[in-house]
Design a protein around this ligand. Structure first.
Ligand code: HEM
Ligand code: ISQ
Length: 152
């Protein structure tokens, strides 16, 4: 495939760094999403009734970890199989959640931007353009799979 071993390694490597700082970075990820798109706040059930982003919300943390892990998994599959193979059931589930919450295509760019910036901040001096590109590609494939499921 076009996703190289180097790219896969870069994603895995950076996830290892980010993983250890999840409480802070999951919050950062989410803050960035709402900074770019404030209106997205009302879509998230765990934020509906709060004025600020909760600093120690286990649900928020768990959600953010899932998004990171899935993107990471997507990178591994892109390298090994040349495509993103999310389980059919998982994909259907993800498609229906996002459809039901009113997520539309431009939102995916917002989450992408926030994810890439979180990776950049989270990896510090280990960050590189190449690492950024690897995450971007892995995310795009996953986002496309979810978007396709939402159109069915
Ligand atoms: C829920 C992943 C893109 C908004 C979820 C869940 C996952 C997920 C795993 C379910 C969490 C759970 O119930 O345990 C992803 C991935 C994405 C993506 C991998 C991109 C590749 C987006 C985008 C938006 C969005 C672009 C729009 C801002 C939401 C909302 C929920 C959700 C509102 C429901 C949260 C709740 O209230 O329970 N997402 N998501 N997601 N996602 Fe995403
Ligand atoms: C769900 N979908 C996309 C991004 C998210 C970020 C934080 C919490 C939940 C999310």
């Amino acid at each position: 495939g076009s996703f190289s071993e180097k790219q896969e390694a870069l994603v895995k490597e950076s996830w290892e760094i980010i993983r250890h700082n999840i409480p802070e970075l999951s919050l950062r990820f989410f803050t960035l999403i709402l900074e770019i798109a404030p209106a997205a706040k009302k879509m998230f059930s765990f934020l509906k009734d709060t004025d600020e982003i909760p600093h120690n919300n286990p649900k928020l943390k768990a959600h953010a970890v899932k998004v990171f892990k899935m993107t990471c998994e997507s990178a591994i599959q892109l390298h090994e199989k040349g495509e993103v193979v999310v389980g059919e059931t998982t994909l259907k589930w993800l498609g229906s959640i996002h459809l039901q919450k009113g997520v539309i295509d431009p939102h995916f760019e917002v989450v992408k931007e926030a994810l890439l910036r979180t990776v950049q901040e989270g990896t510090g001096d280990k960050w590189s353009e190449e690492m950024n590109g690897a995450w971007a590609e892995a995310y795009d494939h996953l986002a496309t799979a979810i978007k396709n499921e939402m159109k069915i």
